[in-house]
Design a protein around this ligand. Sequence first.
Ligand SMILES: [Mn+2]
Length: 353
Amino acid sequence: MHSLTPQKIAVFNSLIDKADVVSIVTHVHPDGDALGSGLAFKHYLEQVRRKKVFFWFEDNYSHGLDFLFTAGETEYIQSLRQDERKYRKAMQNADLLLCVDCSGMSRTGDIQKIFQGTKMPKVLIDHHLSPDAGSFDLCFSETEISSACELCLQVLKAMPDIDGDTAKLPMRCLTALLTGITTDTNNFANSVFPSTLTAVSELLACGVDRDKVLEHVYNEYPEGRLRLIGHLLDKGLTITPEGVAYMVLTRKMLRKFQIEEGDTQGIVNLPLAIKNVRVSILLREEIRQFRVSLRSKKGTSANRFAVEYFHGGGHENAAGGKLLIPRDIVFKGKASSYIEKSARAFFEKEDNQ
Ligand SMILES: [Mn+2]
């Protein structure tokens, strides 16, 4: 664990000491790991270090993650969203910026603009490939780890006031961490390392309610999500000869099945259950672009596919990107042929290596 040296922890600890107000940011379209790692630090900084904390993220999250927030917090976030100037100013005047679960500020969306040129120290805690370490004063980055939440737990445990004792962390912090580890490993189906199970074992020993996390995250979807999955798998799934499975989720479908932001999470994993599928791609229609999610089986790089054909990246077997209209395809009806062409080119290269 080379990113977690005592020197770096000491620097981070003194940056926290010197700060009264801390801003935390994470990636757009936040998932369980993004919210979990941001909230874990929020609760630690507020309850253990007595700091004022602003945690901000663009877009809404899946309803299954609502339980991470109290009703008052949700209301507060909504009120801030209505008064953009207020939160922008508050975040901009912070003494320390913490960026979690993204490889750099460019992944945080619009919010990045307000931190450009600001002088406050900036710290990155992340587990993606190729982090933008140069833009941060301090960087904790590991890729051989399940999630940002697992890395956050290691950093938090190394803090002098926690001193290796997970039980000293607030319960809401621990619940947030378990949520991120659970969702980023797809409920312990991928990216599980020995350290992951050790971390989770500690969280459970401290009394985190895993049943409650699972119930909220996996068993509270709206009905439309399951019906949409049925529709997509039956009518909208194509598998190329190279083993690339793809599905295109149109705005019309989202409307028909009453699907909200966040409710499509996990759908991209499903085609990997098919024997000859090596990569699964889900396109989601937006304005003048498709948002792209990619998953791959071991031995095939979703990251490389995303970098080469979708202006994106992420992890070796889970990545994301965009398909731009008209830059990549002339109109949205060309998405299928773009994927099929990319699949051929990608595997021609890959299989010749
Ligand atoms: Mn993550």
